[in-house]
Design a protein around this ligand. Structure first.
Ligand code: FES
Length: 105
């Protein structure tokens, strides 16, 4: 049986809208983002060749991979653009309780 764990990402105030945070949780590299004060989480590892997406650039809800430029929707984990078909990113649940942001992996 797989048990979800709930991990503190940080204080809401430390992750303002437009910011990306990288966190290791449950053996996974996770990218947590704040887009217009909604929090999202997906795998930080590009499914193309393994770059860390938090080292790329975030524009609105679109993150660009620093290695070969794939573009991802951080709110859904879906691929927006790449010349070939690559797998979508796994997404995770983020919750906010009081002023603390939690990740469930
Ligand atoms: S590793 Fe991300 S596009 Fe190649």
């Amino acid at each position: 049986m797989y048990i979800m764990s709930k991990i503190v990402v940080g204080k809401k105030a430390d992750i303002p809208s437009g910011k990306m945070v990288h966190i290791e949780a449950g053996g996974k590299d996770v990218l947590v983002t704040n887009i217009d004060d909604n929090f999202y989480a997906m795998s930080d590892i590009c499914t193309h060749a393994g770059a860390n997406l938090h080292e790329g650039e975030l524009n609105g809800k679109e993150v660009t991979c620093p290695w070969h430029g794939s573009k991802w929707d951080v709110t859904t984990g879906k691929l927006i653009w790449f010349p070939s078909k690559i797998k979508d990113e796994e997404t995770y649940k983020v919750t906010v309780e009081g002023d603390t942001v939690y990740l469930e992996v």
